[in-house]
Design a binder for this molecule. Structure first.
Ligand SMILES: Cc1cc2nc3c(=O)[nH]c(=O)nc-3n(C[C@H](O)[C@H](O)[C@H](O)COP(=O)(O)OP(=O)(O)OC[C@H]3O[C@@H](n4cnc5c(N)ncnc54)[C@H](O)[C@@H]3O)c2cc1C
Length: 432
């Protein structure tokens, strides 16, 4: 009987160190980030990254032969819960999205030369990368992608229009998803190709201003670039995996990536929850502190229950991934993707609500958290698509009742039961 929710003491010690490190060394960066240029930010990060490496926590998502720690998804999940509390923490631990996912792609599908040229410097923090898949006309249904890569001798020639390629405006290279065979079956049409950002024809038009970052500002960490690829030529050897493997590789990247997202959201939710509870204990209105009001108590209890449910569901999906592989965990990961995004939204919303105008102001981090949280309901697959996928899998286990009568129809079951127990019922009736 193995059914265990405990963490090994050595790893618990690492988690405790991370909690303190992130709170003391990373959270302060949030308040001055807007005043820092890239060099200053790098100078702050370097010594922090050294400490993380010395603790053996750098790039924990990758195998030891690639300079990582080979943590499974459960350990990674517990770690991401802590790093998620600040958007600046993953960069100190060598697992900043999209570099972390891209390093997984390179580890999975890269040739030894591609690993040497792109993966190792990426892991050292010497290069930055972006993942360029979404197009203005194709997002959650990637079979609609139009960006084309055509083979011309020893080169791929890429033409297309992408947007929301996160970090592309500061990246050294892009992993571009492009259609290499438009006549192939829908999920075998596209391939991934490495494109150095300084290649002629890579035109980064702008960093799209968003709800999270409403002021358009080009070339900052976390920007989402619009890119036109205009006759971009790269060596044929820049293809990742085989031709037509794009979707297959993307799935391998997305399944663990969603577990990490969900755990990071729990880190954000926990921070909002602490603000909610702290404020409830001292804000006074209508004869008592807010903590005495039943609706506030309901918010606190509901938030605690939702976070606990999301945490257990996510760690269970991580455990399934570790023990049975990505395919077995797909349905669980879809479940947590939309459920976790909903919990994130609800907890932040309640924390913001209790703070009133203070919560709405930029004097508290809640309004920024709220704006960030909104995107979680559609990036990496909208809620509706994940719900649909979960429901479809569940429905595979059902079929319509043969005679059109629901299996649980009470009069039919009663008639069946009467037949089953006819003998006993007759005796009882006879004794009456
Ligand atoms: C913060 C952020 C970062 C991102 N980073 C990257 C990145 O680095 N690289 C990259 O390539 N992309 C990135 N994206 C893009 C992201 O992957 C897409 O937003 C996502 O795939 C959804 O595509 P879409 O926005 O085009 O929405 P669409 O596909 O147009 O969907 C719009 C809406 O239609 C509805 N819908 C869609 N399908 C269904 C269905 N089957 N049933 C019911 N309703 C449905 C949903 O409500 C959905 O929200 C990022 C997006 C955000 C917000």
């Amino acid at each position: 009987m193995a059914w265990d929710f405990s963490t090994e003491p050595e790893f618990e010690e690492q988690l405790a160190w991370m909690r303190q490190f992130v709170r003391e060394e990373i959270w302060p960066i949030e308040t001055i980030y807007e005043d820092l240029d890239r060099q200053q930010l790098e100078r702050i990060y370097r010594p922090l990254q050294e400490q993380v490496k010395a603790r053996g926590l750098w790039a924990a998502h990758l195998d030891p032969e690639l300079g990582g720690q080979g943590f499974g998804q459960v350990k990674l999940g517990l770690m991401h819960e802590i790093l998620g509390s600040s958007p600046f923490a993953p960069n100190a631990f060598g697992n900043q999205a999209p570099d972390s996912g891209n390093s997984e792609i390179l580890a999975l599908a890269g040739t030894p030369e591609q690993k040497e040229r792109w993966l190792h410097p990426l892991l050292n923090g010497d290069l930055k990368s972006a993942f360029s898949m979404t197009e203005p006309n194709a997002g959650s249904d990637p079979t609609l992608l139009r960006t084309r890569a055509v083979r011309d001798g020893d080169e791929w020639v890429i033409n297309g229009h992408k947007w929301f390629s996160s970090n592309a405006s500061i990246a050294d290279f892009l992993i571009v998803m492009a259609v290499t065979d438009p006549d192939a079956r829908a999920h075998q049409r596209a391939s991934m190709i490495i494109v150095p950002t300084d290649t002629a024809g890579v035109n980064i038009v702008r960093d799209v201003a968003t709800m999270e970052h409403p002021q358009e500002s080009f070339g900052r960490l976390g920007g989402h670039a619009e890119i036109r690829y205009e006759d971009v030529r790269v060596p044929a050897a820049n293809l990742l995996g085989g031709e037509g493997d794009g979707f297959l590789i993307a799935q391998h990247r997305l399944v663990p990536g969603r577990i990490h997202h969900c755990m990071r959201w729990l880190g954000v939710s926990a921070r909002a929850f602490d603000m909610l509870c702290e404020y409830a204990t001292h804000r006074f209105a209508f004869g008592s502190t807010l903590s005495e009001k039943q609706s506030v108590q309901n918010w606190i209890a509901d938030s605690a229950a939702q976070m606990q449910a999301a945490r257990l569901m996510t760690l269970h999906a991580a455990w399934k991934m570790d023990t049975q592989g990505a395919s077995a965990a797909r349905a669980d990961v879809s479940l947590i993707k939309f459920y976790g995004a909903g919990v994130l939204h609800d907890v932040i919303d309640r924390a913001l609500q209790i703070h009133g105008s203070l919560g709405y102001s930029t004097d508290m981090p809640l309004e920024a958290m709220y704006r960030m949280a909104r995107g979680a309901r559609f990036y990496d697959g909208p809620d509706e698509v994940h719900r649909e996928s979960v429901a479809r899998r569940i429905l595979r286990g059902y079929e319509p009742p043969a005679d059109g009568v629901p299996s649980e129809h009470v009069p039919t079951r009663r008639a069946d039961a009467r037949r089953k127990f006819a003998e006993i019922l007759e005796v009882v009736t006879a004794n009456d």
